[in-house]
Design a protein around this ligand. Structure first.
Ligand SMILES: Nc1nc2c(ncn2[C@@H]2O[C@H](COP(=O)(O)OP(=O)(O)OP(=O)(O)O)[C@@H](O)[C@H]2O)c(=O)[nH]1
Length: 392
């Protein structure tokens, strides 16, 4: 199981002693975290899904986590750009565009408890919570912020990872394999129900990819054929034996995946997509949630044990017997000390020096410094020394 226990946020699925043993009912909403390589069509997909849900009168709660997006073609309820100024982050930390995006997201993640509480407030009013993410998918393979986001969301509501693939750019076996390896590492990192979405099917149908996933021999034949027609274009010949072996390894991984084809441009495939999301939600309820609840119960047990241990050490230090009979310090003093520690915990939790804005819930927006939108050619961002950073 992944590490939902590491979520840096309060865990709303915690059970009170009264309902211990019972599984808490999940909120109505399903969260869809949209991940994919740059240019795979995540933002267009978000726009399509959003308008499809509006047409079914099921408006979603929408979050934009891409700090560098210039034009967002849909209304986001929470937008990272309202909280973190990506160009300012690049400048202050002396970073390039990639580092700027990663750091901006890391900074935003420190406020993810606020995001989560906005999401939780709406989780029984909407059917879907949609999250658009930056194209830097390493965020979800090794960065801490990726785990915090996925674990925190999954601890609050049924969550599905929607991995977008640019189908026309995946027709070469080597590119297909590389994309699948990324998907595989995100799946094993998050352990969440996972859905492969082959996008841009208006340009290239995805049947070839389904064939390669169902039958590794079909993939190996395609690899051989490609070598005969394209020579060394996709890499040296010894790569083929590596890819042949990888196709055998991934065969097991494909068995745990759902895959659908869509066109974010035309809207084709939306019904199949939502059927697959529903199946993924059932998988969350069946497999992920019971594991998560076990982890939460175990964490709670450890916290209680730690608390009891600190109190008994405190009593020893004050030369108080565990029964409290020869108390040199009255019980009221111990209670006061415990209360002080609890209040400090509460204060730490309420530390509120940065704001995450739910745009749909308020009209009195904070006055934010004007964001640097590139003024150079093609929207490039000009640094202080005159360097032009490429438009993100
Ligand atoms: N033909 C076609 N083009 C698409 C489709 N989906 C997206 N595109 C195009 O693909 C390009 C990239 O789309 P985006 O939605 O910006 O991709 P993204 O993954 O959000 O990109 P980053 O924000 O850079 O990570 C745009 O030119 C889109 O118009 C589709 O289903 N069919």
């Amino acid at each position: 199981m992944a590490t939902p226990a590491q979520a840096a946020t309060p865990t709303p699925t915690q059970t009170s002693p009264a309902d211990k043993g019972k599984q808490k009912e999940s909120p109505r909403a399903t969260a869809m975290i949209v991940i994919g390589m740059a240019g795979s069509g995540k933002t267009t997909f978000m726009q399509r899904v959003n308008s499809y849900l509006h047409s079914r009168e099921q408006p979603a709660y929408v979050l934009n986590l891409d700090p560098a997006v210039i034009h967002l073609p849909f209304d986001a309820n929470i937008d990272i750009r309202d909280t973190v100024d990506y160009a300012e982050v690049m400048k202050q930390y002396n970073l390039g565009p990639n580092g700027g995006i990663m750091t901006a997201l890391n900074l935003f993640t420190t406020k993810f408890d606020q995001v989560l509480s906005h999401v939780e407030n709406r989780a029984n009013e909407v059917d879907y919570v949609l999250l658009d993410t930056p194209g830097q998918i390493e965020i979800f393979t090794w960065s801490a912020s990726g785990s915090i986001i996925t674990d925190a969301l999954a601890s609050a509501l049924p969550t599905v990872v929607v991995y977008i693939i640019d189908t026309p750019r995946t027709t070469a076996p080597a590119t297909f394999m590389s994309n699948m390896l990324y998907a595989c590492s995100i799946l094993y990192k998050t352990r969440l129900p996972f859905l492969l979405v082959f996008n841009k099917t208006d340009v290239q149908p995805h049947d070839f990819a389904l064939d390669w996933m169902r039958d590794f021999e079909a993939f190996q034949e395609a690899l051989l054929e490609r070598r005969q027609t394209h020579g060394e274009e996709d890499g040296p010949a010894y790569m083929d034996s590596l890819m042949n072996s990888m196709s055998l390894v991934l065969d097991e991984f494909y068995k745990h995946l759902r895959a659908v084809g869509v066109s974010a441009m035309t809207g084709e495939g939306m019904e199949e997509l939502f059927d697959a999301v529903q199946e993924a939600r059932e998988e969350y309820e069946k497999d992920y949630k019971p594991e998560l609840e076990k982890i939460i119960a175990e964490r709670k047990r450890k916290e209680e044990a730690k608390k009891a241990d600190s109190i008994s050490r405190l009593m020893r230090d004050m030369k108080v017997s565990p029964s409290g009979q020869s108390a040199a310090v009255p019980q009221s003093a111990l209670d006061a000390a415990q209360q002080g520690a609890d209040e400090q915990d509460d204060e730490d939790e309420d530390d509120d020096d940065g704001e995450v804005i739910d745009r749909s819930a308020r009209t009195d927006y904070y006055q934010l410094p004007e964001r640097r939108r590139g003024t150079g050619p093609g929207g490039a961002v000009e640094g202080e020394d005159g360097t032009l950073w490429p438009a993100p």
